[in-house]
Design a protein. Structure first.
Lengths: 321, 310
């Protein structure tokens, strides 16, 4: 098993290198370079040429790629010429905002999906199952941005239960402590909920069909024949077998959340990485954009890796390969 | 599939007056099975009617209306609520929302259907070659698919859209370039199974060229799967296209599109007070995706003899 995990970890390295190469090529295709933000109209052409030389922009592409890649490993992400500061500073707080949003989304997803999936599977064919299956069917037909817009419209504007934008109230920011944390959670809740409502569908459908499938297996029939009561059959035999693979959805959820965050953060004016991505594309802030694409890409690679590893931990049959 | 069909022995299959030489099973085409399943599944039937209806309406209506007049900016009639003149009111440019909705739906559907056809054909070709030849070919081709799967697709599409001039063709290629892997994977796994079957082995022994086995013999057998998958990916592509237009990276601002209409809701005033500007487009996207999904699920059931209702 450890052999498999090490092999899977090693596999992500070339993936990240390939990704970084693609992102580098994309960055080269975009107009402007690291110098664009620093040029002052009063500079002489010779000074600009000198600066280009000093920054290594005249070197062959592979040397530039190498410098860029090793620079990033040392924490040098370049400068944003729109914000006129280091990219690390621009991303800074937004990274934590998006991270918080993602964690809350994951928690909500599992908190909603697992009970619903279990109910739909256990009471398969009854009205409970029909309502839950109907919900998954409707949610599947909604792109994440429509769900977020409707949530904002009803709970944000019509009912006024939640704030309609931002990540924290200014007064709560000043107050600090408990008020601050609550204000943050309040701002995060609606975006996270609308993302979670979409991503629950896969888990619910999986759990439901898994439980229905297990019902007919021999070991369940044996358990019932032994005289085990329903509670024991479900808790000890069925749930234990059907819940574990759900853990491996975690990685895919991370990938889905990255895509969803771009929409949801723009809709809720939530200052996270997704919103920064959109604003830096419209502002043609290519240095920030490049790093963001790279970070999103690395996150999805790691997510896929996480899924595989969790799956090997819970399901021994996969380890053989 | 054939064996299950003969086992069923529905009276329709046994009586074959036109061509008694053929046995029952070979006369039932996948389309007949699809038809039977759709007729049996009322939800899918309604979905199909809705889909055909919407498609016909948005293709036919633009021929009878003056597009230039419809997209004309009329500052005296801005932001009117729904009325007898404007059934769905007007937007901030004084254009009829209903008219824009029809044009937008036409534009969005045109692009998504183009993308679905292109990703479908390329995915089939790629998956069929990969699965049929197997071995080393399969290994190399699947690494290509893996490579596409590690990319953060949405952001890369957005970057390409900003770098390239807008046209239907460019848009189609950009979207398709990152959306074909799912179908390729599926066709490949099915083709891997088919190549082990006797009819392929027999045909190979007879010296049939690979091309002919792949496209004349294996392809017809996986056609039902292809149709199901393309239906389901049509729904995903509607979501992708409207999403991109919603963010402002799909259709250009002046071109009507469903995503572009929903985008107006990002303005709090519009969202709170002028629901007629954005809600109809959102509902239409929802209805489209729901009907396509329903239809796809029904067709998917039809390909599996055990789950069929019809």
């Amino acid at each position: 098993m450890i052999k498999f995990i090490i092999r899977r970890l090693l596999l992500t390295l070339p993936q990240i290198v390939i990704l970084s190469f693609i992102v580098f090529l994309l960055a080269q295709a975009m107009p402007g370079d690291a110098l664009s933000g620093m040029i002052d109209p009063s500079l002489s052409p010779e000074a600009i040429a000198g600066a280009r030389e000093a920054l290594g922009l005249n070197l062959p592409w592979y040397t530039q790629y190498w410098n860029w890649f090793t620079g990033m490993l040392q924490g040098d992400f370049g400068r944003s010429f729109v914000h006129r500061t280091d990219v690390t500073t621009v991303i800074g707080q937004r990274l934590y905002n998006t991270l918080g949003l993602s964690i809350l989304t994951l928690v909500l997803t599992y908190a909603i999906a697992v009970p619903l999936g279990i109910i739909a599977g256990r009471y398969n064919g009854t009205w409970k199952d029909r309502i839950i299956s109907g919900y998954t069917f409707f949610a599947l037909a909604m792109p994440s941005f429509t769900m977020a817009l409707l949530a904002l419209f009803f709970f944000g504007f019509q009912l006024g239960w939640f704030p309609t934008g931002g990540s924290v109230d200014p007064f709560a920011f000043a107050a600090g402590g408990w008020t601050y944390i609550m204000s943050r959670l309040e701002h995060m809740f609606l975006p996270a909920l609308s993302l979670a409502l979409i991503s629950t569908t896969a888990i619910i459908q999986y759990l439901r069909s898994e439980i229905v499938d297990l019902e007919g297996r021999e070991f369940i029939i044996t358990a019932r024949a032994k005289g085990a009561d329903e509670k024991r059959v479900y808790n000890k035999h069925i749930f234990r077998n059907s819940l574990l693979p759900i853990a491996s959805f975690l990685g895919f959820q991370i990938v889905a959340i990255i895509g969803g965050a771009i929409f949801v953060e723009s809709i809720f004016v939530f200052p996270g990485m997704g919103q920064l991505m959109i604003t830096s594309i419209t502002a043609r802030d290519f240095s920030v954009m490049t790093i963001l694409i790279l970070m999103f890409g690395v996150a999805s690679i790691l997510g896929a890796m996480l899924s595989d590893i969790i799956l090997t931990l819970v399901d021994p049959r996969i380890r053989i390969k | 599939m054939e064996s299950t069909l003969t086992q069923k022995k529905s009276p329709k299959m046994i009586q074959n007056k036109k061509n008694p030489k053929l046995d029952g099973a070979s006369t039932v085409s996948p389309f007949q099975i699809f038809k039977r399943e759709i007729v049996k599944d009322k939800v899918a039937l309604v979905s199909l009617v809705i889909l055909v209806g919407i498609t016909l309406l948005v293709t036919v209506i633009p021929f009878f209306i003056n597009e230039a007049e419809l997209t004309h900016v009329d500052l005296f009639n801005t932001n009117q609520p729904p009325s007898a003149d404007f059934w769905l009111g007007t937007n901030h440019s004084g254009q009829s929302v209903l008219g824009i909705l029809v044009l937008g739906a036409r534009n969005s559907l045109t692009l998504t259907i183009m993308v679905t056809l292109l990703t479908g054909s390329f995915g089939i070709l790629f998956g069929l070659v990969s699965g049929y030849f197997g071995g080393q070919t399969d290994n190399v081709l699947m690494r290509v698919v893996d490579f596409f799967n590690i990319l953060p697709t949405l952001v890369i599409i957005i970057v390409f859209v900003t770098l390239v001039d807008w046209s239907y063709l460019n848009m189609m290629f950009i979207l398709s370039a990152f959306a074909w892997t799912g179908i390729a994977r599926l066709i490949r796994s099915r083709a891997l199974q088919e190549r082990e079957l006797e009819y392929v082995q027999a045909s190979k022994t007879l010296g049939t060229p690979h091309m002919k086995i792949m496209f004349r013999e294996v392809f017809p057998n996986i056609l039902p799967l292809v149709i199901v998958q393309m239906t389901l990916s049509l729904s995903a592509n509607v979501g992708l296209e409207t999403g991109l237009s919603f963010l402002g990276f799909g259709f250009p601002f002046e071109t009507p599109s469903l995503g572009g209409m929903i985008r107006t809701a990002t303005n709090p005033t519009v969202m709170q007070n002028r629901w007629w500007v954005w809600l109809p487009a959102l509902v239409l996207v929802f209805v489209l995706m729901l009907s396509i999904n329903n239809l796809g699920q029904c067709l998917k059931r039809a390909t599996d003899a055990r789950q069929r209702r019809g």
